[in-house]
Design a protein around this ligand. Sequence first.
Ligand SMILES: *[C@@H]1O[C@H](CO)[C@@H](O)[C@H](O)[C@H]1NC(C)=O
Ligand SMILES: *[C@@H]1O[C@H](CO)[C@@H](O)[C@H](O)[C@H]1NC(C)=O
Ligand SMILES: *[C@@H]1O[C@H](CO)[C@@H](O)[C@H](O)[C@H]1NC(C)=O
Ligand SMILES: *[C@@H]1O[C@H](CO)[C@@H](O)[C@H](O)[C@H]1NC(C)=O
Ligand SMILES: *[C@@H]1O[C@H](CO)[C@@H](O)[C@H](O)[C@H]1NC(C)=O
Ligand SMILES: *[C@@H]1O[C@H](CO)[C@@H](O)[C@H](O)[C@H]1NC(C)=O
Ligand SMILES: *[C@@H]1O[C@H](CO)[C@@H](O)[C@H](O)[C@H]1NC(C)=O
Length: 479
Amino acid sequence: MAHFSSFVVLLFCGVTSAADVFAHFMVTQQIGIDGFALNWAPPDCSGAGPNNQDWNVQRIDDAFTVAAAQGFKLMYSFDMSYTPAFCTYPWNTTFMATMISRYASNPAAYIWNGEVLVSSYAGEGYGNNFFAELKSVMTKQGVNISLAPALTTYSGAAQNQDPNKVATGMLQNYTSIDGYLNWQTWPLDTYTNLTAGVDVDFQVVLNVAGRAGPYIMGISPWQFKDFNDGYYNSWVEYSDVLFPNRWDQAIRTVQPDIVEIITWNDFGESHYIRDLPPLTGPASLDLGVTGNYIYGQDHSAWRIMAQYYITWYKTGVPPKASLLCNFVTEDRVVFWYRIHPKQIPCASGTNNIGVVRNAAYPADAVFAWALVSKNSTISMTVGSNEDWTFQASTCGPVLNMVPFPAGIDNAYPVVAIERNGKTLQTSNGSVAITQACSYEDYNPVVGVAGPPIQGISKMGNGSGMKGKPEKPKYEKSVC
Ligand SMILES: *[C@@H]1O[C@H](CO)[C@@H](O)[C@H](O)[C@H]1NC(C)=O
Ligand SMILES: *[C@@H]1O[C@H](CO)[C@@H](O)[C@H](O)[C@H]1NC(C)=O
Ligand SMILES: *[C@@H]1O[C@H](CO)[C@@H](O)[C@H](O)[C@H]1NC(C)=O
Ligand SMILES: *[C@@H]1O[C@H](CO)[C@@H](O)[C@H](O)[C@H]1NC(C)=O
Ligand SMILES: *[C@@H]1O[C@H](CO)[C@@H](O)[C@H](O)[C@H]1NC(C)=O
Ligand SMILES: *[C@@H]1O[C@H](CO)[C@@H](O)[C@H](O)[C@H]1NC(C)=O
Ligand SMILES: *[C@@H]1O[C@H](CO)[C@@H](O)[C@H](O)[C@H]1NC(C)=O
């Protein structure tokens, strides 16, 4: 079975954990049990009869075994978008209760206020009565649960309507839920930067209603999907600066009980942060048509950013070079870019049968996020836009961008860190920006100038999470 690795949570300086970070892990993409919120579909949904996907349950067994041994925490995220209308054998409370009970006292079970935390993707297709029944079945088994589902229609609606009203209406109908996971962590088909407004309202409304469950804030780096079967399965959401913005909102504005990174390994929607799967061997994945925009497009350097913000989120102190506990000892620029200008008609992909929805939104640019141990100059070259510079300082990360010049073709962006007249780090993007694109592709390539993210990081083991945590104190200004 796959090893258990995670980027999550480097607890430097021995600071006590006061907030937790999960990564959303798709069990059906069963390689490398790396994450924490285990997303899985009803094992017999397909209609081929019960017990046709026992391996799903076996992977969960493996995950708990390994997680317990390594001090990781896991929670279920039942994928309830597989509704009774869709599945011959949908979720049923007997089976769910069995699976929850099976690990309720495992050291890897994530406990919230003395109860096993259970989350979901969707659930509206099952309704409040189903949730109520699940809780009552659990209580009869002597295992109480705290339910924090991602009822996605509400977080989606909240972006276009009064979020307070939407959240209030949701809680009126869903009397059985304790907390909430905001899955809608991309702007929904609009050319705007996502704000924390929806998060704040859901959080407030939960509190006012006296619900004891956690507010789980989703944070995602990107959203692009193309199943190459037409307009309805092909879209990009405006994600250019989403990842740093969202982290900033979580830390400064929302201070959620839990952050859930969406996702560890969902390749099809381009929000993976795990390493790319190998092309062959037992750890390889059949990515089908989506492989066209995944292979060669590494996102692992986004974990450098996650590591920085997680430390800040958990300690309440922005890691920076000048602090006593010396977090930033290395110079790094994480950079990301798409590999063709957006107006280029590519050889294949949905372009042949329609257009990728929202294809006009992303900027044709190379984005850079610089975190340095001493004040530095960051120099970037993108095609004929040569040696554009900006200043990075020990005050905290600096975000910048260099646009694609008109006519850019076969250009590898170059990013360098300079100080005192010396080039300390330099990195070329691993994929060229080209006019001769073989696939319409809005998934970015992510690189780093400076040391790459270390393979396997340790996380805080969550043992402080037996009740609602104290909120950490946040520094008002970074510099
Ligand atoms: C409940 O779900 C499990 C797993 O899919 C299945 O094996 C079982 O037959 C289902 N029970 C009922 C009553 O549908
Ligand atoms: C988790 O942390 C607690 C408290 O610091 C410690 O007692 C326990 O041994 C740790 N568990 C693991 C698996 O590291
Ligand atoms: C579960 O909840 C019920 C109802 O709130 C309570 O009476 C019971 O003591 C709880 N059981 C456990 C094991 O905490
Ligand atoms: C609550 O449930 C009622 C009855 O099913 C439905 O008509 C209404 O739209 C729901 N309200 C919300 C906010 O979901
Ligand atoms: C989103 O935010 C970035 C950085 O703050 C800004 O440059 C950009 O113009 C914003 N995009 C929109 C659509 O407002
Ligand atoms: C580094 O840059 C910051 C921001 O520009 C500035 O406030 C600080 O004085 C600089 N530090 C040094 C040592 O030059
Ligand atoms: C990086 O790109 C620059 C400019 O295109 C080129 O001169 C250099 O050889 C490249 N370096 C590597 C290691 O590919």
